[in-house]
Design a protein around this ligand. Structure first.
Ligand code: NAD
Length: 270
């Protein structure tokens, strides 16, 4: 497979991740490329000038600008609103919000659009890693994949756990959800990207078991995966530091997108 030249990059969503990715691409990977963005929020004139950005308010205008690659770092709604149109127009897209694929109708629409446009939809591992081993192992059959997500109790505020538990009073690791990845994606949308990364790498949304834990013993978001199958068994554990500009987002998620884009430029791919 030969690499396609990338000289025009579009970014959808210039929040904590989008800005990090833009900085890294302009500084380290594609300093000579042209950049364009779509974001619901307005950005200061000085920021737009400093980053030599074209700003569009509509995906059709972005397509007319002829991007070689578009990176989505905006959220699930952006995946639905913009990504099928980009793929159908033949534009490769890297997406951060892979939890959107938990909805089969969205996943099917993305797949059909990628085929119609002969374009690639590139999913990132995001805040979780080590999944290359899971993806390799599944060819020989996986018996079980379990994902456990641990956060400090207060980090589950705003989730269904808040109604069922007094989060401030939790003093022992407490399971706040146990079920399938399909159910977890719907009930805990803030965890949906990591849940989807595990489900899509292994046995799918219905068969992947998910346990979510309010754990006063952790001070960061911790992701654990246990899997067993013909290959043997594996355990993965990540304890993620947050991005300095968004405490709700793992630093690794931004780094994962940066790596996914840089891979598109390499002829030696690992
Ligand atoms: N795969 C992972 O592990 C992982 C981890 C963290 C975040 N994410 C995804 O990345 C996204 C961005 O994360 P962040 O920390 O940068 O969030 P953020 O809130 O800091 O930034 C999101 C930006 O996107 C813009 N936006 C939102 N909806 C949009 C739309 N429909 N069209 C255009 N712009 C839109 C917002 O105005 C904002 O500037 C998250 O929503 C999440 O889905 C994935």
């Amino acid at each position: 497979m030969s690499t396609r030249p990338i000289s025009r990059v579009g970014i959808i969503g210039l929040g904590a991740i989008g800005k990090r990715v833009l900085d890294a691409l302009q500084r380290d990977h594609l300093p000579a490329a042209a950049y364009a963005a779509i974001d619901h929020a307005a950005h200061p004139e000085a920021f737009v000038r400093e980053h030599r950005l074209e700003v569009f308010d509509d995906v059709r205008r972005l397509i007319a600008w002829k991007p070689d690659l578009v990176v989505e770092c905006a959220g699930h709604s952006a995946v639905v609103e913009t990504v099928p149109t980009l793929l159908r127009a033949g534009v490769d897209v890297v997406i951060a919000s892979i939890g959107a694929l938990a909805d089969k109708s969205i996943s099917d629409a993305l797949d059909a659009a990628a085929h119609a446009g002969n374009a690639r939809l590139i999913l990132v591992s995001g805040a979780i890693g080590g999944l290359d081993a899971l993806r390799s192992a599944r060819a020989a059959g996986l018996d079980k994949v379990v994902y456990v997500g641990r956060k400090p109790p207060r980090a589950w505020a705003g989730s269904p756990a808040e109604e069922a538990f007094d989060l401030g009073a939790i003093s022992q690791p407490t399971t706040i959800f146990r079920g399938s990845a399909a159910e977890a994606s719907i009930r805990f949308p803030k965890n949906a990207n990591v849940t989807a990364a595990v489900a899509l790498s292994g046995v799918g949304f219905e068969a992947t078991q998910v346990e979510l834990v309010a754990d006063p013993g952790v001070d960061r978001n911790v992701h654990e995966v246990q899997a067993a199958g013909s290959f043997g068994d594996l355990s993965i554990r990540l304890a993620n530091n947050p991005l300095p500009d968004n405490p709700r987002t793992s630093w690794l998620a931004a780094l994962s997108i940066e790596e996914a884009v840089s891979k598109q430029l390499q002829s030696l791919v690992f």
